[in-house]
Design a protein around this ligand. Structure first.
Ligand SMILES: [Zn+2]
Length: 193
């Protein structure tokens, strides 16, 4: 039974694939994830797209990118709900997509490992760092175990150089403050500090 797989079991099969698409805000992370979903959906419909219920922007069961495309997704409260829904499928999915992994806690990491160990490819996207330039622990951990990491960059709003930083323009201090182009700007290293 799927439920009996130990949380601590580490992947031993070379087929275990975990991909992470990461970078700052405005770096087309979700757009790239949606491209991957569309690519996969041309071959199979045996996949699940998850998003966090903490992401309350726009429609709750859709992931969207600022640059157009959107995709239906299952909103989950946390890693436990994600695991439950994954296991409820009568057929093991070939792919699991997770949008905005930074909304989840590090406790999702063993779940992702378990899913990958079942030869389901896991593709996630999410912010690597918050507006204070601190790593989201879940993204940092995932970047270490991922078999492939796509580091996306944005374009600095000041000088158009490649931007790795998300500068918060408002005084809001909460890490999970949901913003848009009025509250955050992409900045290069020179224009961030
Ligand atoms: Zn700049």
């Amino acid at each position: 039974m799927k439920n009996n797989i130990s949380l601590t079991k580490s992947p031993t099969n070379d087929m275990n694939e975990i991909w992470l698409i990461t970078g700052p805000m405005f770096s087309n992370k979700t757009k790239k994830l949606i491209q991957q979903i569309k690519f996969v959906s041309r071959k199979t419909n045996n996949f699940i797209v998850f998003k966090s219920k903490k992401d309350t922007r726009k429609t709750k069961n859709i992931i969207f990118s600022r640059h157009g495309p959107s995709m239906p997704a299952i909103p989950v409260f946390d890693h436990n709900e994600l695991w439950k829904i994954f296991n409820e499928r009568s057929t093991k999915p070939d792919f699991v997509f997770i949008n905005e992994i930074n909304f989840f806690s590090e406790e999702i990491i063993p779940i992702i490992k378990k899913i990958a160990a079942m030869n389901t490819k896991v593709i996630c996207d999410g912010l690597l760092k918050d507006y204070k330039n601190q790593y989201f622990p879940v993204s940092q951990e995932l970047s270490k175990i991922a078999t492939k990491v796509f580091y996306q960059v944005a374009s600095c709003v000041k000088c158009f150089s490649p931007a790795k930083f998300s500068k918060r323009l408002s005084k809001e201090k909460a890490v999970f403050f949901l913003g848009n182009k009025n509250t955050y700007e992409a900045r290069c290293e020179k224009c961030y500090f």
